[in-house]
Design a protein around this ligand. Sequence first.
Ligand code: UDP
Length: 239
Amino acid sequence: PTGGPSPRRVLLKLSGEVFGGGSIGLDADVVAGVAKQIAEANAAGVQIAIVVGGGNFFRGADLSQRGLDRSRADYMGMLGTVMNALALQDFLEQAGVRTRVQTAITMGQVAEPYIPLRAVRHLEKGRVVIFGAGAGMPFFSTDTVSAQRALETHCDEVLVGKNGVDGVYTADPNIDPTATRLDHVTYGDALRQGLRVVDAAAFSLCMDNGLTMRVFGMNTPGNVTRALLGEKIGTLVTV
Ligand code: UDP
């Protein structure tokens, strides 16, 4: 409350794909590299909250195809996100960043429970807060949780790091060679045109609440730091 401009506060969504380096389990080198980039932005004073996915371990929808009850499979998926949260926490601490993990499923020995006001306090103190276990509810995705957590902790923006693409395209660039990257797109157009870089629930939550999103490619070195610092890379999605 010094009257100065309030510091930038962002929510970074990292999918499980990032943690696995494209395969199942954990690619320590990749996670360490991402942690270093986050550390840089943290040192520059950006307040950073992170939602981690879990697709490198389990996706509930995939498991239920193999005969498991969908809700139980989703809980397994959520537990996978916690392992990613702990891995990221470790590499961030090694990079000199103070961190807290908060999980939507209570597990006192490994993390704090999700307490929004406390999360905000951590952010104000310069700690990176990692949210694990999604929303704690089956049938949700970590994309949707990213929008929800960003709203509840008053983040300025949601930043979605992607592995295969460097933004939102007019069509899937892996299928359609004429697809071009958009600098800006509205939630309405993205939804109407089926440009599903994040799921529809996440898009509509952002749309309904006027939260902007930036989708960027993780493959270019330094891009995580750039996005966190507010550089205009990738695609901006707005109302
Ligand atoms: N999940 C869930 N509720 C949530 C968040 C996640 O049930 O609030 C489960 C769901 O089964 C999902 C899995 O956790 O498939 C991993 O999350 P997600 O698929 O969003 O991870 P990502 O695709 O980002 O790696």
